[in-house]
Design a protein around this ligand. Structure first.
Ligand code: NAP
Length: 483
């Protein structure tokens, strides 16, 4: 029996994944609403505006496959340009009117018939499917350092940048040396009066030249879209089939090559003490591999200092390190990362029999095939737990996941069913096998990173990207209860 009724969709979030879902749902003629807590689209690229921000995944890969952009200015284009790209796409595909801005979703509840969604100031709507597109790196993680609130200068997390604060010539301190801290250092250290980079763990920083596309090259891409397609395919292959497979084997010889490339750059550092401080003692790519064209030059400007002495506390005038030294600062930047286990939370999500997602995820978040959760029918996550994350394009992952969702929806429709939910057995089997496979990956070779869950096990997709593509293209319908 085929259901006559066309399902209605609630898309949570108008960042990269939510925009994708909206475009595709609109094209397919579905009834859908996008809920966005802020007053404009953009997700990560709206919220992160720190100096030096760029996407280190090549821009021609970090694009929707159906909307390649001939006009990217750089190999790794700046954040503002990426935000403008998404704004342009939203306008071109005419989805803005379907977005309820200023509508944070507070509750999604399965009524037995459909999902009741409560958003913003008392809005209540009913939908058949939830598409959670709320992102991973969303909730800032503030460091648990004594006295943080006592600092008298300007202080903010990198995802909450205060653009009213003057930076040039100031005494700036940055805590954290992940991708964010490294990009900020590249931009800010040369402009600061004094620059202190507080480093807890040295990072492998892969030197990659910043390539600027010339006007002629961009014209060429505009006039020959097939060249743009070919470049996308080439990058897709290089990231997803090459790097994507290498990270699965912690002993892969590829890491020797990365180590050699990074070490060659480290060896150019003039001061042996600084070189020593910046040299990591774990396998490259164990933490997310940081990519930069200017980090090593910037940390060597005379006013820059890499502080490896542990931070003892923060005081009104600056940061006190364990050696008793007070690093006086005007501005303190917290490049300390994100709480990565929240996903769609803190929204209240209530599934079958009134079960809360918070309870289902009491130990830790997980998702069958990275997309669905037992007990939560017609609830689909894009870039949710156990998705392929790392130095890849999250857009490629999102596109595959979206198409997977539509295969589930079509299956449900063709069965005349109201709900579709993965079985607990299938989810457990998937998770048990996933945990076993994760032990062999480079992420489990002995470093601390946001890739690890509370047990120290990588929470990412631990199989080849080709397997992800295959799983997304061929849903295992037998693992779902359809009713
Ligand atoms: P992150 O990788 O989690 O790095 C956080 C940094 O803060 C680490 O260096 C960490 O030190 C340090 N830290 C945290 N708490 C601390 C404390 N109490 N005391 C001292 N140091 C502390 O965060 P992120 O740099 O914001 O990057 C997160 C992710 O965002 C990246 O991995 C990437 O996926 C994404 N991102 C991407 C781009 C891009 O270009 N595509 C750019 C920026 C961010 P330890 O290393 O010792 O833990």
């Amino acid at each position: 029996m085929t259901s006559e009724k066309r399902p209605r969709f609630a898309v949570l979030g108008a960042g990269m994944s939510g925009i994708l879902a909206a475009i595709k749902l609109k094209e397919a003629g579905y009834d859908y609403t996008v809920f966005e807590k802020a007053d404009r689209i953009g997700g990560t690229w709206r919220e992160n505006t720190y100096p030096g921000i760029a996407c280190d995944v090549p821009s021609h890969l970090y694009s929707y496959s159906f909307e390649l952009n001939p006009d990217w200015t750089y190999l790794a284009s700046p954040g503002g340009e990426i935000q403008a790209y998404f704004e342009g796409v939203v306008e071109k595909y005419g989805i803005e009117e379907s977005i309820r801005f200023g509508h944070p979703v507070v509750r999604c509840e399965w009524t037995g018939e459909d999902w009741e969604v409560e958003a913003g100031d008392g809005f209540i709507g009913h939908y058949d499917w939830i598409v959670a597109a709320t992102g991973i790196l969303h909730h800032p993680k503030l460091p648990d350092i004594e006295g943080l609130e006592t600092f008298e200068g300007a202080s903010f997390h990198t995802a909450r940048w205060d653009h009213s604060v003057l930076l040039d010539g100031k005494r700036i301190g940055v805590i954290g040396t992940g991708s964010t801290g490294v990009q900020i250092t590249g931009d800010l250290a040369p402009r600061a009066g004094h620059y202190s980079l507080f480093q807890r763990t040295a990072q492998w920083v892969m030197p990659v030249e910043q390539v600027k596309y010339t006007d002629e090259q961009r014209k060429e891409f505009r006039e020959h879209p097939e060249a743009l397609d070919a470049l996308y395919e080439e990058l897709d292959h290089s990231f997803h089939d090459n790097f994507g497979n290498q990270v699965l084997d912690g002993n892969h010889e590829f890491f020797d090559q990365v180590r050699a490339a990074c070490t060659a750059k480290l060896e150019e550092i003039r001061d042996p003490e600084l070189r020593e401080k910046l040299t990591p003692d774990y396998t490259p790519a164990c933490k997310r591999l940081v990519i930069s064209h200017n980090f090593y030059d910037s940390v060597q400007v005379p006013q820059a200092e890499v502080v490896t002495e542990p931070i003892e506390r923060i005081e009104p005038k600056g940061v006190r390190t364990a050696d008793g030294r007070l690093h006086e600062l005007d501005v303190l930047v917290l490049a300390t990362g994100f709480q990565v286990d929240a996903f769609v939370r803190p929204m209240t999500i209530r599934g079958l029999n009134g079960q809360l997602l918070d309870d289902a995820w009491k130990e830790r978040p997980s998702a069958y095939m990275s997309v669905t959760v037992p007990g939560f029918p017609n609830f689909f996550m894009i870039n949710g737990p156990n998705s392929p994350v790392g130095n890849f394009s999250l857009i490629r992952t999102a596109e595959l996941q979206y198409d997977h969702m539509m295969r589930l929806v079509e299956h449900q429709q063709s069965n005349g069913a109201k709900l579709m939910v993965p079985s607990a057995e299938a989810a457990k089997r998937f998770e048990d096998e996933r945990v076993e496979a994760a032990a062999d990956t480079v992420w489990a070779t002995g470093c601390q990173s946001w890739y690890l869950d509370d047990r120290g096990i990588p929470f990412l997709w631990p199989y080849p990207f080709s397997r992800f593509t295959q799983e997304m293209e061929r849903p295992r319908f037998e693992d779902y209860d359809v009713a």
